[in-house]
Design a protein. Structure first.
Length: 117
């Protein structure tokens, strides 16, 4: 199983980035997908999850209204659109797959997002 995240980079506060995570080695449509992040010197935290068909999503309160998780089951890819970025969004962002939102079984390597203030 491989989860390959990309799309991170350096952006100014108020800017936008779109992360992508391409998945292979599993039946993508059978898994919940999630984005998590680990800020420098801090523990990993949940950011957003999406159900198998994409009809249900959950978000960290701090990103509601700014981030949008979506998926394309035909392309085995999950996305995270991040708008109105803040310095506190700086982190390594990781994608994950699991049988439900509380049990992520497979993890990608992460992509670094740096927001300058």
């Amino acid at each position: 199983v491989q989860l390959q995240a990309c799309g991170g980079g350096l952006v100014q506060a108020g800017g936008s980035l779109r992360l992508s995570c391409a998945v292979s080695g599993l039946t993508f449509s059978a898994y919940f997908m999630g984005w998590f992040r680990q800020p420098p010197g801090k523990e990993r935290e949940f950011v957003a999850t999406i159900s198998r068909g994409g009809s249900s999503t959950e978000y960290l309160e701090a990103v509601k209204g700014r981030f949008t998780i979506s998926r394309d089951n035909a392309k085995n890819t999950v996305y995270l659109q991040m708008n109105s970025l803040k310095a506190e969004d700086t982190a390594v962002y990781l994608c994950a797959a699991g049988p439900n939102t509380r049990n992520m079984k497979y993890w990608g390597q992460g992509t670094l997002v740096t927001v300058s203030s």
